[in-house]
Design a protein around this ligand. Structure first.
Ligand SMILES: Nc1ncnc2c1ncn2[C@@H]1O[C@H](COP(=O)(O)OP(=O)(O)OP(=O)(O)O)[C@@H](O)[C@H]1O
Ligand SMILES: [Mg+2]
Length: 497
């Protein structure tokens, strides 16, 4: 079937050119034939009217003298016009006075009897022209010349036109073939060039690839736009490369700065820890002999002990942070009795909780030992519990231990002030405090939970927090068993610490 869209460009061009040539020829031929036919008919009418006029004049005396033989001789002159099939001279009453027949053997054509008298007249009957002319003598009509002529000649002319048109069409067909070939080349060359450039770009043949198209038509415009687009892409690419390079430099210098910071942090922490430990020991010694000291001094020693403990906690947190950032955190995995660990940590905060009259409870199931790092898990629990005791003014701190699927789940629930929902993410960032609702300031560095987050990543544990302002908070850790007995890769350093 005729499926134009699927045809090749070459075939389409050929079809377009041959169709337009054929159509033009057809229209031209049709117009020519119509014109020629009307001109031919008008000429024939004119010529035969002249013949009839001359015949009428020549027959005037023959009619007047009733000389039919002379009239027939006049009519015989029509033999020179092969188109005239028959002619008659009618008398005044319309009777046949003289007659001419081109073919003597055939009967006179019926059309002859159509016109009997009259005025100058002509009409076309089928492919014949019927024409009459009155013969006058001294103003009165004495007879009529009637002529019947064939119009076959026009058919012959149309035939020759058609032959010429077919010949012209055949020549145009050949011309179209070579023309469509040339047209195709003028179109295909730029398209192939564009395709080549596109292929080279796809194959990653570097920058500077361009389509070399000299055409100034739409294809030339397309190639110019294509080249322009390539220039833009190359420009963007080079900008992107510069940006990436500057990011790389910035990243390297940030990494260097982080290393220097971690080194500084660890140096300072170590330097601080030594005198602080000495101070703590001396305070312990003084405390042991408190019976012999005045109560005011004992009170001062007690305050110094609390302050020193806080300093030691800070230094420990800073050291832990610097170890994490420097990737020097050592992870020791072994079987841990979580229930024992939970009891130990709760006992550490019990004295402080009792000072605040808080009820401290442990609700621990009998659980199997778990392979994990006891030191890091203890750090997490210490932070949960010390926060719970620190931020709770009255009520209780309950620690629950259960087994949930593959995890050991530990919940630390307090009846403290709670944390607004909007701050639940923020509290895990380093040095973040939530403004207390009651306006009371609680001391702290905001490092505890950021360490918890990083430790839990090392332990492959999940942390959750649920809190209701005014009612309390529950921090939960889901601890899985660690497969590897050797060191676990520490978590990456947080971006802003
Ligand atoms: N149990 C809790 N109840 C109410 N708020 C809490 C509780 N635990 C943590 N927060 C809020 O989260 C913040 C961050 O806790 P985080 O342990 O990181 O810091 P901190 O306790 O203030 O200082 P640090 O632990 O370094 O001594 C706290 O300042 C506090 O506002
Ligand atoms: Mg804390």
């Amino acid at each position: 079937m005729f499926d134009f869209p699927r045809y090749s460009v070459r075939r389409k061009l050929f079809l377009i050119s041959i169709t337009s040539v054929g159509l033009a020829l057809l229209v031209a031929c049709g117009a020519l034939i119509v014109y020629e036919r009307s001109v031919f008919r008008a000429e024939t009418v004119q010529r035969l009217l002249t013949h009839a006029e001359i015949t009428g004049l020549n027959s005037e005396s023959a009619i007047l003298f009733n000389d039919a033989g002379s009239a027939r001789t006049t009519l015989a002159a029509f033999r020179a016009e092969p188109g005239i099939a028959a002619a008659r001279i009618l008398d005044r009453d319309g009777g046949t006075f003289a007659e001419y027949l081109r073919d003597q053997d055939t009967p006179p054509p019926q059309e002859l009897s159509v016109i009997v008298t009259g005025e100058p007249d002509f009409r076309f009957v089928g492919e014949r022209l019927l024409l009459s002319r009155p013969i006058r003598s001294e103003g009165s009509v004495i007879g009529t010349v009637v002529i019947v002529a064939d119009l076959d000649e026009i058919g012959a002319r149309v035939q020759s036109y058609l032959i010429i048109a077919i010949a012209v069409f055949a020549v145009s067909l050949m011309a179209s073939l070579s023309l469509s070939d040339r047209l195709y080349r003028s179109i295909s060359t730029p398209i192939n060039e564009l395709a080549r450039a596109a292929r080279e770009i796809t194959a990653g043949r570097g920058s500077g690839v361009r389509a070399n198209v000299s055409a100034k038509d739409e294809l030339g415009l397309l190639a110019d736009s294509f080249n322009e687009m390539l220039s833009r892409v190359e420009q963007r690419e080079s900008e992107l490369r510069t940006t990436v390079e500057s990011f790389r430099v910035a990243r390297d210098s940030a990494q260097n700065a982080a290393k220097v910071k971690a080194h500084f942090l660890s140096l300072v922490s170590h330097e601080l820890r030594t005198p602080l430990t000495a101070l703590q020991l001396n305070l312990e010694n003084l405390r042991r002999g408190r019976e012999s000291l005045p109560p005011r001094v004992v009170q001062i020693i007690e305050r110094m002990r609390v302050s020193t403990r806080r300093q030691v906690e800070l230094v420990e947190s800073l050291l832990e942070t610097s170890r994490l950032e420097a990737g020097k955190l050592t992870v020791t995995v072994g079987p841990v009795d979580i229930a024992v660990l939970v009891h130990e940590v709760v006992d550490e905060v019990r004295a402080q909780a009792e000072q605040k009259h808080l009820a401290v409870r442990v609700d621990a199931e009998t659980v199997p030992p778990l392979r994990t790092d006891a030191r890091l898990l203890r750090l997490v629990l210490v932070n949960f519990l010390s926060n719970a005791v620190k931020f709770t003014a009255a009520g209780s701190v309950v620690t629950r231990l259960t087994v949930e699927g593959p995890f050991h789940r530990i919940d630390v629930t307090d009846t403290g002030p709670g944390i607004p929902h909007a701050n639940l993410q923020q509290i895990f960032e380093p040095f973040e405090h939530v403004e207390p609702i009651d306006g009371k300031h609680t001391p702290g560095f905001g490092l505890g939970l950021s360490l918890v987050r990083q430790m839990s990543e090392v332990l492959e544990a999940r942390i959750a927090v649920q809190s209701e302002v005014g009612r309390g908070t529950t921090f939960t850790i889901f601890v899985p068993a660690l497969e590897e007995a050797e060191d676990v890769e520490p978590a990456p350093a947080p971006k802003d610490s």
